[in-house]
Ligand binder design. Structure first.
Ligand SMILES: NC(=O)c1ccc[n+]([C@@H]2O[C@H](COP(=O)([O-])OP(=O)(O)OC[C@H]3O[C@@H](n4cnc5c(N)ncnc54)[C@H](OP(=O)(O)O)[C@@H]3O)[C@@H](O)[C@H]2O)c1
Length: 249
């Protein structure tokens, strides 16, 4: 276990809303947090101001992680400010849109889903290795999804891109050991702006009914799992499922 009082430098992608914002607020006090966002500028600003009120330091970084230029921009913004990074949380992502395989998937959609959820995490992890190697007990936490576990009709490409991220987690954990730990959290159904976009209230009710704990999760449930993986220095290559029992191994 790392020292409780150790100040960390943390980069969280997609920290403007939902899971990323909750993780930034939880890890903020006493630490320096790069709060990355793309479009939700006001919400990202609120996250930085909450972190500063709670005794942390926050630095805003804007970029589209769906492009190489955007990811490169994140790496150079971090490099300009610090010489080392302790924690990278690859959280930015989304489902983009639901679609049935039988209706003919658009190539553009497939590319976009993998660029935002998978390529960005792989690229950022790789290009931030030099800074992470300078960090204290450095680690990467990837946010994958329950969608990779048991199939999710209408979100099959999304499930596949998160499965790729999970596989990347294990590969990177072995390749970067013993210097850098790499883990993942696979959220179940978490009530964030994600589902306001992609799921009807009726679908959310069905998710809750099908969950053994009879409710959907909240953003802090995932943030707490990220913190656990950051603090426990004997875990690497693991994916922690946080889903109220909706998927059990
Ligand atoms: N909610 C769930 O039930 C659930 C379940 C499993 C996995 N997840 C995963 O958890 C992660 C966070 O999702 P959430 O539920 O917290 O949803 P959310 O509130 O919609 O947050 C998504 C975050 O990703 C950022 N983002 C999206 N596209 C981006 C792009 N092209 N470039 C840069 N940033 C981008 C958004 O930034 P801006 O808003 O600033 O553009 C936002 O900060 C995602 O990877 C998602 O796939 C969520």
């Amino acid at each position: 276990m790392g020292e409780a009082a150790m100040a960390r430098t943390v980069l969280i992608t997609g920290a403007s809303t939902g899971i990323g914002a909750a993780t930034a607020r939880l890890l903020g006090p006493g630490n320096t947090v790069f709060v990355h966002y793309n479009r939700s500028e006001r919400q990202a600003y609120e996250v930085t101001s909450d972190i500063e009120k709670a005794g942390g330091q926050a630095i805003l970084v804007q970029a589209d992680v769906g492009t190489e230029a955007g990811c490169t921009q994140i790496v150079s913004s971090v490099r300009q400010e610090v010489d080392s990074l302790d924690v990278l949380v690859n959280n930015a992502g989304g489902l983009i849109e639901r679609g049935a395989l039988a209706d003919g998937l658009r190539w553009e959609l497939l590319e976009a889903v993998f660029r935002i959820n998978t390529f960005s995490a792989m690229f950022l992890t790789s290009h931030l290795v030099p800074l992470l190697r300078q960090g204290q007990d450095p680690c990467v936490v990837n946010i994958s999804s329950i969608a990779q576990r048991h199939g999710n009709p209408s979100a099959t490409p999304y499930g596949a891109c998160k499965a790729a991220l999970d596989s990347f987690t294990r590969g990177a954990a072995k390749e970067l050991a013993p210097d850098i730990r790499v883990n993942a959290v696979a959220p179940g159904v978490i009530e964030t702006p994600f589902h306001e976009r992609y799921s009807t209230p009726e679908r959310m009710k069905v998710f809750a009914e099908n969950t053994p704990l009879k409710r959907n999760g909240q953003d802090h449930h995932i943030a707490m799992a990220v913190r656990f993986l950051v603090e426990n220095d004997f875990i690497t290559g693991e994916t922690v499922d946080v889903n109220g029992g909706l998927f059990m191994r």
